[in-house]
Every structure is written in structure tokens, then in C-alpha cells.
Design a protein. Structure first.
Length: 499
């Protein structure tokens, strides 16, 4: 059964001004903007309303009613910005929150109220927190958005409407509660239909003929037989678990307990669908309205609670609980299928050696960053700088094999760099070479190890590689590109460094 909460901010913009400028408290003021060459009231505070000021009045008329009226500039973008920010804050109560311009929010509270002990304490907590923050709000909960919206704005009855009482809750309300356009409201007023009960029982063809399809649509949205679209400010992650705290959590031990419970729930769901997460985010909502988060990533899909907890554990110290955390949300934004081979890989009971390798890679990445560990596979190219590809997964298999019996350096330059040499000819290693303005005298050399260019490169030259050692004991991998000859003076390059 769907449950929605509608929140109405009766003085949204002026409440915000009072929070920013407390000196305005108790003083009547309005927000004004120019319309058709006249300054018009766009929003007014509670004191101004009590004095008879209304939205839409010309400022000159408003000052005639209240000479001491303060006038402030109206910002047309403020309402949406403010409602979006408050909607982000209310995500602690439900993952689905939508902005209802110009002065409301809609919360999809389905399945959320029990976490606060029921619908009454749930709604009471939301309204209480907003009022404490300085906003004049009213709210209601019902089975449809339309009924919740109507009751929050036009009813003084009990604000929680059960499914069987939705029609009854609407009967005594004015037609405005159905969010009807102005022309339809005028027709209803001329006919003396001042309450919904005056026309709700009329035959549908009659309502359509007199007031148009919009009347049936709005009645249907309020009563639940017409679907109403709902666009949350933040799309919900398919794999998400939430854990509210009865008392604010301030310690690392409390955070660890909450994290482990969330991981158990999330991994149980993932395992049931043969999936594993590649990325996870823990969001901690504090009672001061701030949110702190930490995230982890894995080299492959995982649903191992123990392994994921260890990755998060490395980052828990970075969470600042301040006055306490009241809600934990664990999301898995990146999820991948978990094949049978992967299930064995991530099983803690598995004897597969890749388990230890994968967990080690994840821990290293969590400590030092995602770029600290790389895996390379052979590629079908002769030249060393092109003879490998970066593997993206432990499951990637080589399409070819490394083809060399000669030692290769532990550090290979991305591209060979030019050096100047003094070498006997034709096929001897250099006696001296200069690299980065430093002269190295060669004391020992092994080679040459010839590497040809690919056959499809018509002008490709071969390389003759030498492993040389200078007078300080450092060892280098250098090569000559091509042969010495009458029409060719080969160039020398350094390509790597031995340990």
C-alpha cells in the first residue's frame, strides 16, 4: 500500500529571510518584484498577512494599509533552490522526495514509517524538525499524493488519512484542494459548488461535459484510480539499505556495528540475485543536517561481508560524527553479475588462491588509491612498449604469450629516449653514452638481442638491444635502431633500467 507525505511551507521565502536576518523577527515585511511596470507583493510574512497584506497586491496599496511595512527584493530562483536543499535533507526519512513548486514537498513514505515506530511518530518527527529549524509548515499523510496535498493545505482534521477514509477526508474541502485550474474553479463557484461533496457523486459524463477531463483526472489522482507521476530530486539506487538510529551514534564502534548490519542486508540481496558490487557508498546523516560519506571499490564483483567490511574499516576514521549520526544509508551504485567462477573467487571457504590476491589488491587500492595496482597481459606486438595491454579484471585471459628468453628491465620507459653514444662498429655495444647530461662509461655489456619490427611495416627498422653496466654498477637497457651504413647513421636509445 502506497503512502505519501505532503509538506506545505506556508511562508517559505519569508521564513528563510528571518533565518538569515533575525532582526526582522516581529516586523511585518514583504518580498516584491516588478510586474508590468508596478512593484507587486510576491510573498509576505505572517505579521504582514495578519495586517491584511496579500500576495499580488501593489506595494503602494500595501503601504497604505501598513505604512511601516518593510520591503525586500524577491529572488525568483530562491524557492526552487531552497526546496531542493530541504528535499535533500529529508532524504533521511525516505529515499524518494520530490519538489512541489512553489512551496511544498512530496515524500514517498511507503515502507519507511515503521523505522520510526509508526506513521504518527514518523510524521511528528518530520514536522517537528522543520518547525524547530524555523519553518512554518503543515503536513499530512495519505495513500495518494492528491489527498495528502489537499489535507495538508485545507483540512484541520487529523493529518494521517487511512486508505478507507480518503474519500471522507475530501468531502468537506473546497474545490481548490483538487488543484483545479482557475477557470474550472470559477465555474464551480458560479454554480454554488463550494465543497467537493457537492459534485463528487455526480456522474462522470456530467462532470466531463461541464468541467472538462481535468476534473476527472484531478479527482482520480486524489482518490487513487488515476496514476500521478512522481519525480524525486535524487533517483533511488536499486541496491540500497537504510538504518536509522534511535539514539545518535558518536563512536567508531557504533558506526562499525551499523555498517556490518547494512552490509549483511545488502550482500544477502546481492547473493540472492547472483550479483556482486563493484562500488559501495556509506552515507551518514548527522543530526545537525550535514551528511558525511565514504566509498570503496573492488577489482571484481563481490558480496563478501567480511571483505567489504575490511575495506570500509580503513576509512571509518575519516567520518566526523559531530553531535551524532541519526541515519546510515549504504548504496551500491555499480553492480555486476556474479558468475559461478566469481562466486568461488569471493567465497571465504574457497581454496582458490585468487581470493587472497583479489582481497590484497582491494586493500592496497583502498589505502593508496585505485592506480597503485596494475595487471598486464601480453599483446601481439614485437616492440616492448607495445607488447602489453592493461587488464581490467582478474578474469581477463591472455590472447597470446610472452615471447622472450632474454632478461627485461624492471622499469620500462613509456617511450624510448635518445642518447648520445661512442661505439665501435658495426655490431659492438657503446663504450660511453650520455643520458640527461650525464656521461656513463660502460664497464660490461650483454647483447645484442635483436627485435624486428612487424612485417607489415615496410620501412620498419630492427632494434639491437644491449644490457649495459656503468662504472657505478647501474644497469641500463639500450638499443641501436637499424644498421650502420653508407646511407644510414643509426640512432641510439635508452629504454629501461634494471634492478
Amino acid at each position: 500500500m502506497k503512502r505519501y507525505v505532503a509538506i506545505w511551507f506556508r511562508h517559505l521565502l519569508t521564513d528563510r529571510y528571518l533565518l538569515r536576518q533575525p532582526e526582522l523577527a516581529g516586523e511585518p515585511f514583504v518580498l516584491v518584484a516588478k510586474q508590468k511596470g508596478r512593484m507587486v507583493v510576491m510573498a509576505c510574512c505572517h505579521q504582514a498577512e495578519k495586517a491584511g497584506i496579500e500576495t499580488g497586491m501593489v506595494v503602494a496599496d500595501a503601504r497604505a494599509v501598513l505604512p511601516k511595512l518593510a520591503v525586500l527584493d524577491y529572488d525568483p530562483a530562491m524557492a526552487e533552490t531552497l526546496l531542493t536543499a530541504i528535499a535533500e535533507w529529508t532524504i533521511r526519512y525516505t529515499p524518494l522526495v520530490a519538489v512541489d513548486m512553489p512551496d511544498g514537498l512530496i515524500l514517498d513514505a511507503t515502507g519507511c514509517a515503521h523505522l520510526w515506530g509508526g506513521e504518527i511518530p514518523y510524521l511528528k518527527d518530520i514536522m517537528g524538525r522543520l518547525k524547530t529549524s524555523g519553518y512554518d509548515v503543515r503536513g499530512a499523510m495519505a495513500g495518494t499524493i492528491g489527498t495528502a496535498w489537499a489535507v495538508s493545505r485545507y483540512s484541520r482534521a487529523f493529518p494521517i488519512i487511512t486508505e478507507d477514509l480518503q474519500t471522507e477526508a475530501l468531502l468537506s474541502l473546497p474545490p481548490n484542494a483538487l488543484r483545479l485550474p482557475h477557470d474550472v474553479l470559477e465555474k464551480l463557484s458560479k454554480l454554488g459548488l463550494y465543497q467537493i461533496k457537492s459534485f463528487i457523486s455526480m456522474p462522470r459524463p456530467v462532470l466531463r461535459r461541464r468541467f472538462g477531463q481535468i476534473m476527472l483526472d484531478q479527482l482520480g489522482k486524489a482518490l487513487g484510480y488515476v496514476h500521478e507521476t512522481f519525480e524525486p530530486v535524487r533517483p533511488i539506487e536499486p541496491f540500497q539499505e537504510r538504518l536509522p538510529s534511535m539514539e545518535p551514534i558518536r563512536t567508531a564502534t557504533g558506526i562499525e556495528i551499523a555498517l556490518r548490519k547494512l552490509l549483511e542486508k545488502l550482500c544477502t540481496r546481492l547473493a540472492a540475485e547472483d550479483k556482486g558490487l563493484r562500488q559501495a557508498v556509506l552515507k551518514c546523516y548527522r543530526i545537525d543536517g550535514e551528511m558525511r560519506q565514504i566509498e570503496i571499490g573492488t577489482t571484481g564483483p563481490s558480496c563478501s561481508v567480511a571483505h567489504l567490511f575490511r575495506l570500509f574499516e580503513l576509512k571509518i576514521s575519516g567520518i566526523e560524527p559531530a553531535l551524532g549520526i541519526e541515519l546510515f544509508v549504504l548504496e551500491a551504485p555499480t553492480v555486476e553479475p556474479l558468475p559461478a567462477a566469481q562466486e568461488a573467487l569471493w567465497s571465504l571457504n574457497s581454496s582458490n588462491k585468487l581470493v587472497a590476491i583479489a582481497e590484497l589488491i582491494d586493500r592496497l587500492a583502498a589505502r593508496a588509491g585505485n592506480d597503485v595496482v596494475h595487471r598486464y597481459l601480453p599483446a601481439e606486438h614485437h616492440w616492448p612498449e607495445r607488447s602489453f595491454v592493461v587488464a581490467t579484471s582478474l578474469n581477463d585471459q591472455p590472447q597470446t604469450y610472452w615471447r622472450t628468453d632474454q632478461p627485461r628491465p624492471v622499469e620500462l620507459l613509456p617511450q624510448p629516449e635518445r642518447i648520445e653514444v661512442s661505439a665501435p662498429i658495426p655490431d659492438y655495444p657503446p663504450m660511453v653514452f650520455r643520458y640527461k647530461d650525464t656521461v656513463h662509461k660502460v664497464k660490461h655489456a650483454d647483447g645484442p638481442d635483436r627485435i624486428e619490427a612487424e612485417w607489415w611495416l615496410a620501412d620498419g627498422l630492427h632494434r639491437d638491444y644491449y644490457a649495459v653496466e656503468d662504472e657505478t654498477g647501474n644497469r641500463y637497457w639500450i638499443f641501436r635502431l637499424g644498421h650502420y651504413g653508407d646511407d644510414h647513421n643509426p640512432q641510439w636509445f635508452i629504454h629501461g633500467f634494471f634492478a
